[in-house]
Design a protein around this ligand. Sequence first.
Ligand code: PNW
Length: 530
Amino acid sequence: MVLFLWLFAASVLCVCQCQELDFPPGFQFGVGSSSYQVEGGWNVSDKAESIWDRYILENPDGIRNRSTGKMACNSYRLWQRDIDMVAEMGLDFYRFSISWPRILPTGFSNRISEDGKNYYNNLINGLLEKGIQPVVTIYHWDLPQRLQNLGGWTNPLIADWFVDYARVLFTLYGDRVKTWHTINEPWIICDFGYVFLPPAISDYAVGRLLCNKHVLLAHAKAWRLYDTEFRPKYNGQIAIVNQLTWIEPAGQGDEDIAELAFQDTIGRYTYPIFSKEGGWPQRIQKIIAKKSKEEGYDFSRLPDFTQEEVELIRGTYDFFGMNHYTSRIVRKRRNDETIHTYILQGSRELEIVFETRPEWKNTSSVWFKEFPQGFRRILQWVKRSFGDIKIYVTENGYASDSSSLEDYNRISYLRSYLEQMLLAIKEDGINVLGYTVWTLMDNFEWIDGYHSKFGLYYVNFECPNRTRTPRLSAKYYASVAKSHSLNIPDQDKYIVDKSCCIFSIYTFIPRLFGNGLTTALNEAIILMHL
Ligand code: PNW
């Protein structure tokens, strides 16, 4: 009798726990990549040079092991295999980007490349034939070098050049592509492109902030073009994609600078679009205006928006696209302390320093430590800042320096981050509609070359045909997508360290039934797991 009751209670708990781990109906799973990181074919046919092609040519030592993206994963030739991989995992969508200099060899819309056009047509049609939605990023960092020579993102005319390019894409592919991302991570494009990433123009003070204004205008004009001319025909959705890092106070008294740090890293690229009033985050605007004056400028280094521009940019979104990887703690700069300009080390403008906590696990990327709770907290920040908005997680994934196919660390990262996202959805009522693993396969990880591997699929870069092999994480993710749940069959296959099960059960069950009643049963179930 006692045994029967125990079994009954355990199965009730299990049903509840299993449902708690289910994703909402309609939730979508996908995987991502970007043109320069996977395509190769850097000079085939009439493709023109991008700022990454040029940087690699002129600064071979700027990239780890002097690697290049000339061949990368050779997706320019192997796109059919890429489609098969997404299909093997049974995913809903594939996020990839289009190379501007491949489609428009002059940089302008006066000439469309036949080969470039066909390449993306084949990719899009191939995906649709397998029931996979193409999600297309219009710009993921590979600017035509010719436009760079004309000032790139610091030239205000780029907003119109970008719109012309976007019009070409909407016209060519809008009948089949229903989700568009205008620009990937403008923060990286400007705040690092005007420091050390291509075009690697050293102009932190002014160039970086001109770029900031113009990426917003380019995005907004492209959104408005889609909204007025293409949405009525094609009924798709379009938004910008930002990189969001969770930042928390290092200690008591640092709360205010934590919010300021958000306004500087994320706010300059989101407030003008997503806030009710539009325009720059006001505190940042004041700080930069004051500093500019002290530095002897006749203008604020953060360029003003006209009222017309504020209105042009405000509200240009159909959802909030967010990439999330890591977290930081923030404190004020100590006297005589230098703030390093490498990614996520601090803000020279605000004189604040970012650090990580020692208990956060390392990955193979210097900027990237693991802190899953930061994911839920940054999702809460988005809701607090911009209200109940539709969110797509457009990138999240794990960097490793190992080629191993048994990538338990990646699985553990994905599971714990997905769990935090699920808590945000179920407990905090945050409207996350889709999730994208970065990345489909190991690829050219920018200045880190091929050292950091983010792939669900391993790519053999020694081999001319760039053989792709699924890692265990690909099978894990396929199983999550298929089960539409974190409660998947054969869980044990994916876990080396079983202590994570305790974490999982302890987070869900006590919240369901209260601690008292379930403690004994929890422990029994944990023992069964072990
Ligand atoms: C993104 N950070 O970059 C890019 O969109 C991808 O192309 C890239 O491969 C991927 O993330 C992994 O690096 C990031 O400092 C660069 O938090 C820096 C950060 C996050 C994302």
